[in-house]
Each structure stands twice: as structure tokens, then as C-alpha cells.
Design a protein around this ligand. Structure first.
Ligand SMILES: [Zn+2]
Length: 212
């Protein structure tokens, strides 16, 4: 193995990938995770269960030369992952998946707003729907780019969700929290009408800085 490849980065991908598969957020055919560390892009392989990731099948690219150093056939969304690290400073990990409730919003082009939930309003501000782009193409990240400048999680129209963060664990936890909220809203609308918090409180929360 190339001496620059860090096994602890691979271990993190294995751990978070397996957790997400256990939660039903990814599977063999859906979802891909990546980390950019010291100029190397680590990305999950195509058509592989995220519970079967290992030091041999995780794909590693030297981003300065573009050469693949390790692993099998990389995820078809590698172009989107590669582009995600150029959106803004501080991005160290990216996760794309088809989480069920978030994907339902992506398919119906119904954005999520958090005006009824102060804690999530602070963390997410809102979760917009990015216009449809061809899966696997560079258009995916170019369409999402303007939305990601001021947010860390977006819905990809007719497709799924993209989460970027400083760490893989944080990118994952944002999806978990957003997916849970989308589920809560689905239940809430069956019970009644969600009630927004007062506008003055919304403005106070939105004035705070997002953590990277
Ligand atoms: Zn996808």
C-alpha cells in the first residue's frame, strides 16, 4: 500500500459506512462516502455494501496527479465528491445518500424549513432542493455549488441528499438529524399543522454563524 494512505481514515469510512447501512441510509447500490485528507481522496467503491468496506476496496486517489493509488472501481458519484471539496474552505468529508424521508422531499421538490424547530433552525437554517442534474455527472456538484456556499446539506432534486462537513462523523450526523426531522414533520402533518416560532426568535437564530 502507498505509504501516504492512512488506515485510520479508511477505518473511519468503514465505521461510518457500516453505521449508515445499519440505519438504512445506504446500501450496496445506494450512497457514497468520501474523505479528503492530505491531498488524498478516499471514496467508497461502486456496488459494495458499506458493511463490506475494507483497506483493499476503499478507493484512494492522489488529487494532485489524479492517479488512483488503491481500491477497486470508485463510486459513480466520485466527480460530485471531488467537486464538493472545492465549494468552500474547511470541507473534509462528503456523504451522498438516498435517506428515505429526505429523498421523498427531493423527489417532490419540497424543501425543509425549520421555522417550527429552533435547534434545527440554528444548525441547518433550511434545506433547499437543488434542481435536477444527471446522476454521475459533474453537473451534480455544479448545480449544488451555489446552494452549498451557505449551507452544509442540500436535497438533490429527484435524487437524494448531499452533506458536507469538516469530518465524516459530522457529515453523517447532519443526515441523521435532517432525516429524523423530515420524519417528524411527516408525522406532525398527520396530527395537525406545524406552528412556527415567533419571527423575532427566528431572526435571532439566523444571525448566528453556522459551524463548519
Ligand atoms: Zn444517488
Amino acid at each position: 500500500m502507498d505509504a501516504r494512505i492512512k488506515t485510520d481514515v479508511m477505518d473511519m469510512l468503514m465505521e461510518v459506512g457500516a453505521e449508515m447501512e445499519d440505519m438504512g441510509l445506504v446500501n450496496t447500490f445506494e450512497g457514497n462516502l468520501s474523505v479528503l485528507d492530505a491531498g488524498l481522496l478516499y471514496v467508497t467503491p461502486a456496488r459494495t455494501s458499506k458493511k463490506k468496506l475494507n483497506h483493499d476496496n476503499i478507493c484512494v486517489f492522489d488529487e494532485s496527479s489524479g492517479t488512483q493509488l488503491s481500491g477497486g472501481k470508485a463510486s459513480s458519484e466520485t466527480k460530485m465528491h471531488r467537486g464538493a471539496y472545492t465549494v468552500k474552505a474547511g470541507v473534509g468529508a462528503a456523504i451522498h445518500c438516498h435517506a428515505p424521508y429526505l429523498t421523498a422531499h427531493a423527489i417532490t421538490h419540497v424543501p425543509l424549513d425549520f421555522r417550527c424547530h429552533p435547534e434545527l433552525l440554528f444548525h441547518f437554517k433550511d434545506i433547499p432542493v437543488v434542481p435536477y442534474a444527471m446522476p454521475g455527472s459533474e453537473d451534480m456538484i455544479e448545480t449544488a455549488r451555489p446552494y452549498l456556499l451557505h449551507r452544509n446539506l442540500v436535497l438533490l432534486g429527484n435524487h437524494g441528499v448531499l452533506s458536507i462537513a469538516s469530518t465524516l462523523a459530522l457529515a453523517c450526523q447532519r443526515i441523521v438529524a435532517a432525516e429524523k426531522f423530515a420524519r417528524v414533520m411527516s408525522i406532525a402533518r398527520q396530527i395537525g399543522t406545524p406552528v412556527d416560532i415567533p419571527e423575532t426568535e427566528i431572526m435571532r437564530l439566523l444571525a448566528r454563524e453556522l459551524e463548519q
